[in-house]
Design a protein around this ligand. Sequence first.
Ligand SMILES: Cc1cc2nc3c(=O)[nH]c(=O)nc-3n(C[C@H](O)[C@H](O)[C@H](O)COP(=O)(O)OP(=O)(O)OC[C@H]3O[C@@H](n4cnc5c(N)ncnc54)[C@H](O)[C@@H]3O)c2cc1C
Length: 141
Amino acid sequence: MTAQSKKFAKSKTSAADTAALQAATGPPPNCPPDVEQLGRASWTLLHSITATYPETPTPNEQNDVKQFMRLFGKLYPCWVCAEDFQSYMERNKVRAETRDRFGRWMCEAHNEVNRKLGKNEFDCNKWEERWRTGWKDGSCD
Ligand SMILES: Cc1cc2nc3c(=O)[nH]c(=O)nc-3n(C[C@H](O)[C@H](O)[C@H](O)COP(=O)(O)OP(=O)(O)OC[C@H]3O[C@@H](n4cnc5c(N)ncnc54)[C@H](O)[C@@H]3O)c2cc1C
């Protein structure tokens, strides 16, 4: 084997190793997001917005989140997800009269997607512990 062909053989092996590693672990973190990564990041944003929403919002604040959710549903960059989410919001109008109502509404919207994907439902009595205060056992302190 010449030095050149050895180098080629080595680079082929390393490309195969990379492909095998990617098949096992997914692409590197600095690649464009897939539907799951996009979903996790988006739910983090949405639930965090409910967590920082005022306990007793003004009418303007209530309008702002309703408009935000409408545009979010329209622009969500997964076409099938966006269509279903918009249809869910048509049937289940955003509840934003208080922080707790908005947090529970978001939790229920998330549960609708969980059901569609065959995932476990989340206990919406715990939305605030998960996204605002941290768990009562102190594990987030
Ligand atoms: C608006 C929207 C619509 C989507 N539609 C689709 C779709 O049609 N098809 C598709 O394949 N994917 C869709 N996704 C993505 C999907 O919901 C998940 O984000 C993705 O499958 C990754 O799931 P996961 O199991 O890692 O956790 P995720 O569902 O992303 O949840 C993240 C974390 O939120 C917490 N959590 C779970 N459920 C709740 C809840 N009900 N309330 C509060 N907290 C909760 C849990 O701690 C969980 O680890 C959508 C995402 C969004 C934001």
